[in-house]
Design a protein around this ligand. Structure first.
Ligand code: SF4
Length: 365
């Protein structure tokens, strides 16, 4: 068995650490690119959302390198994600690839026994003891948490650093170094070293950078290629950004969902505008916007793929959040036709607006 995964932000680093630690054969597909999108778009239904197409592009690249099993998380929620695996399996079959899918569906849908059965299947080729396998899972989760923390710190620091670009440079070399390392313990140590190096960056907290919350559909906010590297663009513009949806957040959310204790802060914050679950992470998106206003962010940028049903609903609710909570929000829709220049211009215009709004408030005070 040679396992592969679709890309989702930095998840591939934690998964690599997990598979290296378990001693499992795996293929990490090349990072998302125009080629992955071209391949995925070619074989996917035209109207399906962007994450689906990129994932198909990832599978095809991995299968061509010898992968025979796809590991994917699942959902039975009322949006297309619940259908992803079935449809993707058929597409690969039609292309002549008889690939096995191991779907990590939520415990609430398949029960604990079935979930453990699927987890055991993933680790079936590992020669490690059950206890060591648990250790590997713990190590991978530690790595995922560290990467998320490093990324979050770099995005915040970008607005305050005295040497512009330092945080971005560290983040980029951290990912490269961890990916190159095939010793899982050493990889986690590299992450710890980078975490300390980021803390040592010289910052000037008298600076008043724009502070922006990045909100929206989970795949497009986490996967940098799909959002045209918006967090990098904002770092270059010396903007300080935050994002609450991360892979670590997702894991905790999935686990706590079984006892209905997931994301209480975000869901409570969304209650005033969207108290019902409508699929995807629409409620979380609204909750993030409300919290961004509470945390006195200058604005929020919502990103979602063209045709994303839950986020279209959030988009129609966000103007009420803007009005009631006095938070400017820019919505950006992405698909394979999104042009970089127009996308960047909209971001720059939004930042200009936020700067002027700030100036206006200062003069009025
Ligand atoms: S949340 Fe939106 S983008 Fe994601 S699978 Fe559902 S419809 Fe597609």
């Amino acid at each position: 068995m040679r396992i592969t995964i679709p890309h989702l932000g930095n998840v591939y680093l934690a998964v690599k650490i997990l598979f290296d630690s378990l001693g499992i054969d795996y293929i990490i597909p090349p990072l998302n690119s125009k080629e992955a999108l071209r391949l995925g778009s070619k074989y996917s239904p035209e109207e399906i959302c962007l994450p689906f197409k990129l994932m198909v592009g990832n599978y095809i690249a991995s299968v061509e390198s010898g992968a025979d099993t796809v590991l994917l998380v699942g959902s039975c929620g009322p949006c297309r994600f619940g259908e992803y695996s079935e449809l993707q399996m058929r597409i690969l079959k039609q292309l002549g690839h008889n690939i096995e899918f191991i779907i990590m569906d939520p415990v609430s849908s398949i029960g604990l026994n079935e979930l453990f059965k699927r987890v055991r299947k993933v680790g079936s080729t590992s020669k490690k003891s059950a206890l060591s396998k648990m250790g590997s899972i713990f190590l991978a989760f530690t790595a995922m948490k560290l990467i998320d923390e490093i990324e979050a710190a770099a995005h915040t620091i970008a607005g305050y650093e005295t040497n512009p670009g330092e945080a971005k440079g560290l983040l980029s070399s951290c990912k490269k170094e961890v990916f190159k390392c095939s010793d899982p313990i050493k990889a986690v140590n590299i992450l710890k070293q980078y975490s300390n190096r980021l803390k040592a960056i010289t910052v000037d907290y008298t600076k008043k950078p724009l502070k922006i919350a990045v909100i929206g559909e989970i795949y497009t906010v986490i996967e940098p290629f799909s959002n045209l590297y918006i967090e990098d663009i904002l770092m270059d513009m010396k903007v300080s950004t935050t994002r609450k949806l991360t892979p670590t957040w997702w894991v905790k959310d999935m686990l706590l969902k079984t006892i209905k204790l997931n994301s209480r802060e975000l869901l409570n914050a969304s209650n005033e505008f969207l108290p019902l679950y409508i699929g995807g992470h629409a409620r979380e998106c609204i909750g993030e916007a409300v919290l961004a206003a509470k945390e006195q962010m200058d604005g929020a940028i919502q990103i979602f793929p063209m045709g994303c049903m839950p986020e279209i609903v959030s988009k129609s609710i966000l103007p009420s959040v803007t009005q009631k909570k006095k938070l400017p929000i820019l919505s950006l829709v992405v698909d394979e036709m999104t042009g970089e220049a127009g996308y960047r211009t909209r971001i720059e215009a939004f930042l200009d607006l936020l700067e002027r709004r700030r100036e206006h408030v200062r003069i009025r005070c």
